[in-house]
Structure formats: C-alpha cells, structure tokens
Write a protein that binds this ligand. Structure first.
Ligand SMILES: Cc1cc2nc3c(=O)[nH]c(=O)nc-3n(C[C@H](O)[C@H](O)[C@H](O)COP(=O)(O)OP(=O)(O)OC[C@H]3O[C@@H](n4cnc5c(N)ncnc54)[C@H](O)[C@@H]3O)c2cc1C
Length: 505
C-alpha cells in the first residue's frame, strides 16, 4: 500500500458489520477497502479446522432464513444468499434445554411453541398467551426488521428495552419450570436477572422461532462470500492491517494509519470495531469529553470458555438441535459464579459427520467466563502464554466434561481430541476488550447508556457492528443497514429490501 491510495470508503475491521457495509457500498459503485488486523477475516465469524473437523468460534446458528423472512432478505440484498450452505434444525426441537434434570425441546414456529407450552402447562394458559403477545408486539414494532420506512434513529425508544425479562416473566407465572423455559435463551444475549432487556429477548426469540438453521460449512463461509462480492465489485479486503490512528483536520479524517504499512485515505471511514477503541484512535478532532466518558463507562458482556471436542467416528448420535444445560433448576446466573463451582452450565453445538450421516463429528461447548480470571496472562499473546495457562485450560475442560457426562455418560471414551479457547483468545482474535461475547452490555434499568449512534462528530467517520444496534447475525446485519443508511439514505435501502423480499416470496 502507498500513501496515494485513496478509497471512497475505508472500513476498519472485517467482522460481519464491516463486511456487510462493504458489500452494500461496493455494490452501489463505491470503491471500498476493508482493513483487518488479523490474518483471517470475519471476526466472530471465524472458524478453524483441527483433526480435519471444522469448528465455529462465534456464530453457530442463525434464524429467520426461510424465503420472505428477514435474514433471508438481508442475505439476498448482500448478494451472499446463494453461497451459504445451511441446514434446518429440528422442527420439533431446535433448542433443547435441561434445567435441574427437566428437559424441554423448543419447536420452530411461535404458534407451535405457544401451543406446546399450553399443552404442558394448561393452568398457565393466560400467562403463556400474554408472554407471546408481548414478544410479538415488540418484534413487530421494529421498523427495519419489518421493512417499514422510518423517520429517524436518534435514540428512538425501543419498545420493551426498559422492561426486565425476569420481572416480566415472574409477573406472569410462579411456575419455575415455565419460567425457565421462557427464559433459557438468556445465554444468547448474556442476560443477567437484574438487567436483561425485554427488547433484546423478544427480538432474539422471535427471530429463531420463525425458523432456525445451522451453518453447515461454518461461519467462515459467510465471511468468504462477502469477500467475493466485495472483490467482484472492485473492492479490497486486506488482512494483517491493524489500524492504529485516524488523523483528522477540520474534524474530518484525512489519513488512516496502519501498523507497519503506509497510511491510506478514505473519503468516508466506517469503523466496525468498538466505538471506544475507535474514538481513542482519533487524533486532532474535537471529540467531546462527555461522549468519551459515556463510552468508557459502558460495561462489556461476559466472555466465555470454549471446549472443542473431536469425536471418534460413529460414536455419538447426531442431534439436530442445540443443547442448553443448566446444572440447577435455574436458567439465570451462569455468569455469576464462584470460580470453585464453575461451570454451572453450558451451551452445546454439534456438527454432523458428512461421511457418517446420523453421527456427530464434533461438539463445541461454551460456558460464560469472567475475563478477570485471566489476569495472570493479561500481558501474553497467542501461543505464548506458558504452561500454567495450558494447565488451566485443561482443568477447565475437564470440569466441563464432568458436566457433559450427565447428558452423555460415555463421552470421554468417544473423544479423540480436545482444544480450548479462553477470554484471551477472543480478545486477541477479534480485538474486543475483555473478549466480551456480545460487545457492550445493555441494561433495562438504563437503556440509553448502551446506545451509540452510527454517526460521530468527525464528519466522515461512521460506526457499525454489534455495539451500534444489537449483537448477533440479525443485530449486526441491521447495524450495517443503519450505517450505510447514513450514506445512501435509509429508506432507499429499505425500499430495495422490500423488493428482494417480494422476489423471494
Ligand atoms: C462464542 C460466541 C458465540 C456466538 N454465537 C452466535 C450465534 O450462534 N448466532 C448469532 O447470531 N450470533 C452469535 N454470536 C454473536 C455474533 O457472532 C457477533 O455479534 C457478531 O459476529 C459481531 O460482529 P461485528 O462485526 O460487530 O464484530 P467482530 O466480529 O468483533 O469484528 C470486528 C473485526 O474488527 C477487527 N479489528 C479489531 N481491531 C482492529 C483494528 N485496530 N484494525 C483493523 N481491524 C481490527 C477484528 O479483528 C474483527 O475481525 C456469538 C458470539 C460469540 C463470541
């Protein structure tokens, strides 16, 4: 790269948010350049292979992918729909939860889930109907997700964001089993009992209930498909390019500095990395102290420990479902633990063998883990953390396997090899502070505190990604629409999305 390099749009970070913006804008004729610090693109979309098996690090499953549903429409608009291989999870139970020994399979379809619950808890019919009416009301109130034109984003109050999930469900029913079933998905947004927002809960639940799919070829296929689209439209995706400084003049970025490379220029700059980290890189602009302070005060969601297990051939039957295990009869508080009793539960994702259909080839287990547990190794880098770190990873893995034996008693005999990652792995592979799973924490008691607008006081600097709208495949895809809306006009994008939806139906 040389200093003359000038692009219409420079995007910092190749996570889902950056890649989606790159796709939208390159298809509209803008010359796009994406700069990625890591040697692999995708951020939380990254996958990796061990022993010939593919493992996802972040993105495991997606929702609303049937023709006409929202993610299907967005992926068609991004021009990646045809390139992604997905497989539908079990219609009768795409997520299965076990809390304190009781198992319940969540069927696909809002009506199917509601009807199954009413059948199992007939005396709670009123509570169940009220719950579903409420989450649907919230989901249907979101203009972009429902492809309605919108007037303005500026800290618009979102229905339900100031309401707490736990309190809402507790106000409906005293039945602990029912409460657990309605709230098991808090693991998908790192929800805490005292602060989980009903808005996020409703969006995520309805999104997956509409249809739930596993990514047959991992999350990396999404990143790869985006890269192909961007390059086919004349754009560039550059790896090993860590942005270190954004040099401004007259509150406009004039130069983007990259570690070990010549700086480049962009007429517009979109940052897909955390807002705070982005603003700390800005030099020579008038950033208000109160804005920086607000970003500094935003708390991160918890990080996690992941155990990746390669299975012996034909040893474990494939379950076409994700499994959520809670040791006690309580689905809240996996992240609120004393180290001596970790883990209190896990999320389990399986991959089916392509050779031996009906059998699993691998299992990934995730359990929330506090970044502060990693303090002895804070200053270490990938593969350079020492033997005590490796020992800690092994011990944690054994504890997770102890829990897994409750579901699969012979599991240790069926495992060929295990690999593990910690909050430090997430920190170093995605650049996210504290290896936070889902970015900044939202709080139903103070929803405004976590809100960040896509535009900044630096005239040509925009923000995108999980901290701008919401985490996850839907939240981040929508963040890209919102960010590009600042450049292209949001309603022109929504008009186009409606056309893609109509064509698919
Ligand atoms: C364990 C786990 C499981 C998950 N499971 C699911 C799931 O099943 N379904 C779902 O919908 N969501 C899931 N999510 C959430 C989802 O993966 C994320 O919300 C989403 O992928 C985040 O995308 P992003 O673009 O905001 O950021 P990121 O993916 O964090 O991307 C940011 C990118 O910026 C790069 N970068 C950072 N600093 C710099 C710099 N200075 N210069 C250049 N580049 C830089 C990073 O390397 C990274 O590539 C999961 C997340 C985790 C952690």
């Amino acid at each position: 790269m040389s200093v003359q390099n000038t692009y219409d749009i420079v995007i910092i970070g190749s996570g889902l948010g950056g890649l989606a913006c790159g796709s939208i804008l390159s298809q509209r004729g803008y010359k796009v350049c994406i700069l990625e610090q890591h040697f692999q693109i995708g951020g939380c979309l990254q996958d990796f292979k061990r022993n010939g098996q593919l493992f996802d690090t972040g993105m495991h499953y997606i929702g609303s992918y049937e023709d006409g549903q929202i993610l299907n429409t967005l992926f068609r608009y991004f021009n990646i729909y045809d390139k992604i291989e997905v497989s539908k999870l079990d219609e009768n139970g795409f997520d299965v939860l076990q809390a304190g020994g009781n198992e319940f399979a969540i069927p696909q379809g809002v009506d199917a889930f509601r009807d199954k619950l009413i059948k199992q808890f007939p005396e709670e019919e009123k509570a169940i109907i009220t719950y579903f009416d409420k989450i649907l009301e919230i989901y249907n109130s979101v203009d972009i997700v429902n492809l309605r034109n919108i007037l303005n984003f500026d800290f618009e109050a979102k229905k339900g964001e100031g309401e707490n999930v736990y309190d809402f469900v507790a106000s409906l029913t005293d039945n602990l089993d029912l409460r657990n079933i309605l709230c098991y998905s808090n693991s998908l947004y790192a929800g805490k009992k005292e602060s989980a927002s009903l808005f996020i809960h409703a969006i995520i639940n309805v999104f997956y209930l509409q249809s739930a799919w596993t990514l047959v070829k991992g999350g990396g296929q999404i990143a790869g498909a985006f890269k192909d689209v961007i390059e086919a439209n004349g754009g560039e995706v550059i790896i090993n390019a860590r942005v270190t400084r954004l040099v401004c003049q007259n509150d406009k970025i004039e130069e983007i500095q990259i570690e070990g490379c010549e700086p480049i220029k962009g007429k517009q700059v979109i940052s897909n990395i955390e807002p705070l980290t982005t603003m700390q890189m800005v030099e020579g602009a008038n950033i208000r102290k109160v804005y920086l302070k607000r970003l500094q005060q935003q708390e991160q969601t918890i990080s996690c420990y992941s155990l990746y297990c390669v299975l012996n051939e034909r040893s474990v039957k494939y379950a076409n479902a994700n499994f959520y295990y809670y040791k006690n009869n309580e689905v809240w508080g996996l992240d609120d633990y004393d180290e001596s009793i970790w883990p209190q539960g896990y999320m389990l994702y399986m991959k089916e063998s392509s050779i031996h259909k009906g059998f699993a080839e691998s299992i990934t287990l995730l359990s929330p883990m506090d970044y502060n547990e990693m303090e002895p190794w804070f200053d270490t880098g990938i593969e350079k953390r020492g033997n005590d770190y490796k020992q800690m990873k092994l011990e944690k893995g054994e504890r997770l396997l102890d829990l897994l034996e409750d579901k699969y008693p012979d599991i240790r005999l069926n495992i060929k090899a295990t690999y593990a990652s910690t909050p430090l792995t997430f920190r170093d592979y995605t650049g996210v502070r504290g290896g936070a799973m889902y970015g900044v924490k939202t709080d139903s008691r103070n929803p405004v505190a976590s809100q960040v607008l896509p535009r900044t006081r630096v005239k040509n600097l925009f923000l995108t990604g999980q901290n701008i709208n919401m985490h996850g495949i839907l939240g981040v895809s929508v963040s890209a629409i919102i960010t590009c809306g600042e450049i292209l006009g949001i309603n022109s994008i929504i008009d186009e999305l409606r056309t893609f939806k109509q064509e698919a139906e």
